[in-house]
Design a binder for this molecule. Structure first.
Ligand code: SF4
Length: 156
């Protein structure tokens, strides 16, 4: 992970079609109770100032052009944090007519347009727990270790 992220992570919150419950949990971690700012987390108003995009919700077809523009505006190295079941996999909306799904489908579209995302983090949950957001911040900053690892099953 880049050295500058150990100091602070400036985040742009991007609602790509969320029901708003995950977004409320983001506000929750910024309150004095969870106090994410003690880890150097700061919400910024423009993706041009951000290190990372915090994405909530499935990506709706309506929001897609704006989502792509916002991600492209983030300086590299770009970090995308997909939040909640919807952000991670589209949630219950994954195959509905008005969404493209979750971050995986979004990454495919970005790749086709030549927009590189350097790091992707997934925070599942519906809605996501504030503790999980704090844990993800710790993971990005290298303060905690990953608790899960991918297992690839091979055909026998
Ligand atoms: S994961 Fe759940 S709480 Fe979050 S946006 Fe989707 S439906 Fe709403």
């Amino acid at each position: 992970m880049s050295r500058f992220l150990k100091k602070s992570i400036w985040i742009f919150h991007l609602n790509t079609g969320s029901c708003n419950a995950c977004d409320i949990e983001i506000l929750d971690v910024l309150t004095p109770f969870f106090d994410a700012e003690r880890f150097g987390v700061k919400l910024v108003v423009s993706p041009r100032h951000a290190d990372a995009i915090l994405m909530t919700g499935p990506v709706t077809i309506e929001s897609l052009p704006k989502v792509v523009n916002a991600i492209e505006a983030v300086p590299r190295p770009r970090i995308l944090i997909a939040m909640g079941s919807c952000g991670v996999g589209g949630g219950i909306w994954h195959d509905t007519y008005s969404t493209i799904g979750g971050v995986r489908e979004l990454l495919k579209i970005l790749e086709k347009r030549g927009i590189v995302v350097d790091h992707v983090y997934y925070i599942p949950g519906c809605p996501i727990r504030p503790e999980a957001i704090i844990y993800a911040i710790g993971l990005i900053k290298g303060l905690v270790k990953k608790k899960a690892k991918m297992k690839v099953k091979t055909a026998e």
